[in-house]
Design a protein around this ligand. Structure first.
Ligand code: 6CS
Length: 342
């Protein structure tokens, strides 16, 4: 080997050695995968991108986000997270009933308050949300990072419905959890559980005559085109949950665990700002896009008829979940009393 070649080889070896030292002395920069259930610009997508923004501005890690349909339905992304293929997933309790029956608590009608600031206070402060649910998800290998509200539930149907009697004979799509079926049975309708991907087509072909969702989703998914009568029943809020595969989370350094928790808190605060006024904006867009849309806001008297059916759903929830569900419900109610009292 001539002298200059020897020098070049030596420089190469030194660079490699330094690079090796660098790697040993630094935390590795990983790419984490995160899937959610919605489309570009929807609430879960905004949450995911705020989470990504925080992670990428405060570490060398990066986040790859997958939206609805890119990796399958909600059940598919949950399976992939439990298998460790994905590190993070956003799955709504509406689809988590088979895995965690207690998650169906959000489908007991008229349990949640209707005004947004109380709902947000509840999500921030509730022991049931921030402690009890963490344990329930943990038993399924999942590190629950945040539960957050997306918007008030609004029913859409082929005609304006104002009473349980008017729901009779209507097949209403519900997310795939048995308690939500009980709610719509109690409301007088025929519940039809379907994954999201089948809802628009089923409404279009009149296989079903209605469904429920927050207004932003009725707008973004174009549901008003095929189910134009919007009914404000005030019976609940669409809630969702963001979590990590627990083995992955447990293996993170303390610094990265903190990073992930801080990123979840940051995304939560951003989403609260994002959903403020979103329903009104979305309703305006719907009204501008279609002349067929009707809006029915049930009166207190009309709501009372639906509310009267809630205790039977609460009983079904306890039958389905036993002592664990009963305790959760008690805590939930205690937390609600606290946030409404102050
Ligand atoms: O109704 C559904 O299935 C969907 N609704 C919302 C607001 N988000 C995702 C979910 O799949």
């Amino acid at each position: 080997m001539n002298k200059s070649k020897k020098l070049r080889t030596l420089a190469g070896v030194t660079c490699l050695a330094l690079a090796g030292l660098g790697v040993a002395g630094m935390a590795s920069a990983d790419t984490w995968r995160y899937a959610h259930e919605e489309y570009e610009g929807d609430v879960q997508d905004v949450f995911a991108h705020k989470f990504k923004e925080y992670i990428e501005s405060n570490s060398d890690h990066s986040l790859q986000i997958y939206r609805f349909g890119e990796l399958g339905e909600s059940d598919d992304i949950m399976e992939q997270t439990q298998a460790g293929i994905l590190q993070f997933v956003n799955q709504s309790p509406g689809f988590t009933g088979a895995l965690i029956p207690e998650a169906q608590i959000f489908f007991i009608p008229y349990l949640m308050p209707t005004d947004m600031s109380t709902v947000i206070k509840f999500f921030r402060e509730s022991e049931a949300i921030n402690d009890d649910f963490v344990d329930l998800y943990s038993a399924q290998g999942l590190e629950l990072l945040k539960m957050y509200p997306e918007g008030e539930m609004v029913v859409t149907a082929d005609e304006p419905v104002t009473s349980p009697a008017e729901f009779e004979g209507k097949k209403m799509r519900v997310m795939t959890n048995p308690l939500l079926s009980s709610t719509y049975e109690a409301f007088g309708a025929t519940p039809t559980p379907l994954p999201w991907g089948e809802v628009y087509g089923a409404l279009q072909t009149n296989m079903i005559q209605g469904q429920e969702n927050p207004i932003f989703w009725i707008e973004s998914g174009g549901l008003y085109e095929v189910s134009p009568n919007l009914i404000f029943t005030k019976h609940g809020w669409f809630t969702t949950a963001m979590m990590a595969n627990q083995d992955f989370f447990n293996d993170l350094s303390d610094k990265d665990k903190k990073l992930v928790r801080d990123a979840s808190n940051f995304a939560f605060e951003e989403i609260i700002k994002h959903i403020d006024g979103l329903a009104d904006k979305s309703l305006k867009k719907i009204m501008a896009a279609s002349e067929d849309v009707t809006v029915t806001r049930l009166t207190d008297k009309q709501i009372d008829k639906f509310k009267a059916r809630a205790p039977q759903v609460e009983k079904t929830f306890i039958d389905m979940t036993g002592d664990s569900g009963k305790e959760l419900l008690e805590q939930f109610k205690e937390d609600l009393e606290e946030v409404t009292a102050n």
